[in-house]
Design a protein around this ligand. Structure first.
Ligand SMILES: [Zn+2]
Length: 109
């Protein structure tokens, strides 16, 4: 997961600082190709309000769900919802979801 320092790290969409109270969408480095137009937004944090109005949002979510599940340990999966929140569970992404949780990505320091 991206290292986000609230009050210091900048949103990769608007470029403004992410404040303590801001809701954010944060991802790991799920895109490795620096030529990819979505690369600048992987391993970063985006204000949730910026994410929701972002023109690349659906493409970003689709790409995340295409790539990211394979980067996590076997037995777990992450799915990004269209609003940038995550479904996290044990088991296979194709199977029943036994556990889901909301992650705002902001707990790390
Ligand atoms: Zn922003």
């Amino acid at each position: 997961m991206a290292v986000i320092v609230r009050g210091k790290s900048a949103c990769s969409v608007c470029g403004k600082v992410i404040e303590e109270r801001d809701q954010i969408v944060a991802t790991s480095q799920f895109i490795q190709d620096k030529a990819d137009p979505l690369w600048p937004f992987s391993n970063t944090a985006i204000h949730k309000r910026c994410f929701l109005g972002w023109k690349l949002r659906s493409e970003f979510v689709d790409r995340y769900n295409e790539i990211a599940p394979s980067t996590f340990a076997e037995g777990t999966f992450h799915r990004m919802k269209s609003d940038g929140s995550f479904s996290i569970g044990a088991g296979n992404a194709e199977g029943d979801v036994s556990t889901t949780g909301e992650v705002d990505g902001g707990s790390g320091t």
